[in-house]
Design a protein around this ligand. Sequence first.
Ligand SMILES: C[S@@+](CC[C@H](N)C(=O)[O-])C[C@H]1O[C@@H](n2cnc3c(N)ncnc32)[C@H](O)[C@@H]1O
Length: 219
Amino acid sequence: MNWKAFWNNKVEGLQVGRVLKGQAMSDELMQRIASRIVIQLQLQPTDSLLDICCGNGHLSKLLLPHVKEIFGVDFSESLITSAQEIATENLHFVLGDATQFSLNQKFDKVLLYFSFQYFESYAIGKLVLQNLLKHAKPGAIILIGDVPNQDQFFTYYNGPRKWWQWLKQELKNSNDMGKFWSKQELLNLCNELGVKGEVVPQEPWQPYAHYRFDLLIYS
Ligand SMILES: C[S@@+](CC[C@H](N)C(=O)[O-])C[C@H]1O[C@@H](n2cnc3c(N)ncnc32)[C@H](O)[C@@H]1O
């Protein structure tokens, strides 16, 4: 799948692919998701936050009241252009690919949310984590959130209708779910990179808790 073309062409509402049964998520639910990220990343008013794969910046904006500044990075020109419309003096958005962007700054906290599935091999996932670590201060916390769980592949693809949909998309190379990662693969990546990784189950109220998990990394 050409993810860059996919995200450049996607006609999006406010929430960059966050839907529940075909409907955009409510503001209340988005706020609740943001509040959970605030707790997981232990965000402080003095923190600088790097938001990789920030999309149109909707989630970054919800996190801004909790930190000093945010840099959002995304490789979709159309989404970054729309994010730049909400930029302020402490909310910045730049075009960049997670595997190779380079900012002249290190951050207290790093977020990569609802996007790790677009890194479809172990080698690419490693490149991304290496690059995030390059931008993390010593002692920084990194949250890789909302990762589709390989063990729960059949919880997501849970019947003939979904299996058929999956097969058709695979044949047309148009599957937009990306890679279902195993927890062990991510923990192995952390080990190889010499950092502590901790798999965190999602809370039952989280919209995709039945087939996704979170990973916290301590640099
Ligand atoms: C589902 S959206 C998530 C947006 C936001 N993080 C959120 O949680 O609402 C996925 C985003 O990942 C971005 N993306 C995918 N692969 C990327 C890459 N290699 N480098 C930078 N951005 C990427 C897409 O452009 C898209 O904006």
